[in-house]
Ligand binder design. Sequence first.
Ligand SMILES: CC(C)(COP(=O)(O)OP(=O)(O)OC[C@H]1O[C@@H](n2cnc3c(N)ncnc32)[C@H](O)[C@@H]1OP(=O)(O)O)[C@@H](O)C(=O)NCCC(=O)NCCS
Length: 180
Amino acid sequence: MSAEPIRKARAGDVAAMRETINAYAREDRMLERSDEFLFENLRDFSVAEVGGAFAGCCALHVLTPDLAEIRSLAVPHAFEGRGFGRRLLQACIVEARELGLRRVFALTLVPDFFSKCGFTVTSLAHLSEKSAAECPICPKRFACDEVALVLHLDGSKPLPLAANEPVGYTRLFLHMEPRS
Ligand SMILES: CC(C)(COP(=O)(O)OP(=O)(O)OC[C@H]1O[C@@H](n2cnc3c(N)ncnc32)[C@H](O)[C@@H]1OP(=O)(O)O)[C@@H](O)C(=O)NCCC(=O)NCCS
């Protein structure tokens, strides 16, 4: 076992990535990902590996010259609560800095995890690059109650969520309650 369990993903990781992500997707906790998606986006992914076992994955997907999204962060049940989620997220943040980006965001059902990792709850309305381009074609656009969180890599303070401002694409942009 290496001292640093986080590394870039390889083709041989895709089966474990798909199984872990899609097990959580079946519980409606994250978006399902196909093999096609995972191979096409393989270079976005970092994985955690412990003693040869897959211990989680996380992707950094660049959207604009200034902004990237954290996607598909998933730690198998057997490895939860051991710091792998935080370390995978941290590896993606380091990568974002190296790429010269200024902001990293996530859309998530576990906002408290991201808050603990330094992100600020914000409105998806402040992330127009995502809400205008990708959300309208997302399979969950009528069922989205995900919370947007953002981290400014230059240390500046993001605009927080306004009092009583709705969260999730469905409430915010379609003005309806998310349906299951
Ligand atoms: C959310 C998830 C990635 C966390 O991974 P993990 O390896 O268990 O998390 P860590 O051990 O690194 O936890 C880091 C901190 O976050 C906290 N934390 C972990 N999961 C949390 C949650 N669901 N809600 C609030 N806090 C959480 C931990 O208690 C720890 O806090 P501490 O530093 O005060 O002790 C993992 O539970 C998971 O894969 N969940 C299902 C998929 C999912 O929701 N992914 C996010 C999609 S955007």
